[in-house]
Design a protein around this ligand. Structure first.
Ligand SMILES: O=P(O)(O)O[C@H]1O[C@H](CO)[C@@H](O)[C@H]1O
Ligand SMILES: Nc1nc2[nH]cnc2c(=O)[nH]1
Length: 329
């Protein structure tokens, strides 16, 4: 498999990673670095050493250790545009990083400062429906951890199932239903590396209560308290939007908003003991009765248009919450 040398340039594959140095390269006596080579199986599950190499690559070039990691949902890439003193890494230039394939996910990692905190933001996440295994989808969360991140802010665009939710509302996630997990799929599947966390992590209290309460207070001062809800998110595999019968089933299970992301990232973050704050921007109302109305069908263009419309409020919420975290540290 092709690797990258320590400058992030694509390099030909001829190294053996067992001999790699801390930069993830095989330095030799004439000072040239050989690329690290990993098997497809290794890159399927991303062993600790691979994650460490990616983290070292980023920290070395960014010159800072981020404390807060942000994952931008569909159409919410502007959350990364407000980062100051930004160093931008295109995914394809980061060794062994997957590439973004979905519209509204630029495929860039942005490292810099926000409200005085060192942050790193993913402008583009990885979804199961792109063909990546869940471990690969959430691998960047482990990269964040090894870069020094303590707090994960995960954002997403989602369909509102709770009839009280309107398009443009923000749902602060306080729990999730892991539908992919019900079907036996987990980002933690495979051998457990205790350097990341335990074999059997508990997930009650995954969503940091203190951060949820702070976000509610911030919503009040922003004058958008009636657009802020607290609720349960569920991730389905996608890429199809849900049928009416599926939406009815999800509602019966207590799900308030549905999407195709975030849950595997939160599981990975909690496994390695990161504090998690997550919210869904409600980009469409999910119908729960049969109808011929075309305008009730979800579509990605609408999802992105709503996200663009609400990006200012989302950016303000995120910035002010980071400001609160900074005040407490
Ligand atoms: O969850 P994010 O990445 O925000 O995107 C959501 O929007 C897309 C569908 O329109 C899906 O990828 C769904 O998961
Ligand atoms: N699964 C799913 N994902 C979404 N992302 C944005 N809206 C939706 C939706 O209605 N369903």
């Amino acid at each position: 498999m092709t690797g990258y040398n320590s400058n992030g340039d694509v390099a030909t594959s001829n190294g053996n990673h067992n001999n790699s140095n801390s930069n993830g390269t095989n330095g030799n006596s004439n000072g040239h670095s050989k690329p690290v080579e990993y098997t497809a199986q290794e890159l399927h599950t991303y062993p600790y050493e691979v994650i460490q190499e990616i983290a070292d690559f980023i920290v070395k070039r960014a010159g800072i250790r981020p404390k807060i990691g942000i994952i931008c949902g569909s159409g919410l890439g502007s959350l990364a545009d407000i980062i100051q003193d930004a160093k931008v890494f295109e995914y394809e230039k980061i060794p062994n990083f997957p590439v973004s394939t979905v519209e509204g996910h630029a495929g860039k990692l942005v490292v810099g400062t926000l409200e005085g905190a060192n942050v790193m933001a993913m402008q583009g996440r990885f979804h199961f429906y792109e063909g990546y295994p869940l471990a690969k989808c959430s691998m960047p969360v482990r990269v964040m951890k090894l870069c020094g991140v303590e707090y994960l802010f995960a954002t997403n665009a989602a369909g509102g199932i709770n009839p009280k939710f309107n398009v443009g509302d923000i749902m602060l996630m306080h729990d999730h239903v892991n539908m992919l997990g019900f079907a036996g799929n987990s980002p933690l599947q495979g051998p457990n590396d205790p350097r990341f966390g335990p074999r059997f992590p508990a997930l009650v209290n995954s969503y940091n209560r203190d951060l949820i309460n702070k976000a509610i207070e911030i919503g009040k001062t922003m004058g958008i308290e009636s657009n802020i809800h607290v609720g349960v998110y569920s991730c389905l595999g996608g890429p199809t939007y849900e049928t009416i019968a599926e939406l009815k089933a999800l509602r019966m299970m207590g799900v308030d908003a549905v999407g195709m992301s975030t849950v595997h990232e939160v599981i990975t973050a909690r496994h390695c003991d990161m504090k998690v704050f997550a919210f869904s921007l409600i980009t469409n109302k999910c119908p729960i009765e049969y109808s011929d109305k075309k305008d009730e069908e979800a579509n990605h263009e609408e999802v992105m248009a709503v996200a663009k419309n609400r990006q200012k409020a989302c950016c303000e919420l995120v910035s002010r919450l980071i400001c609160e975290i900074q005040k407490g540290s």
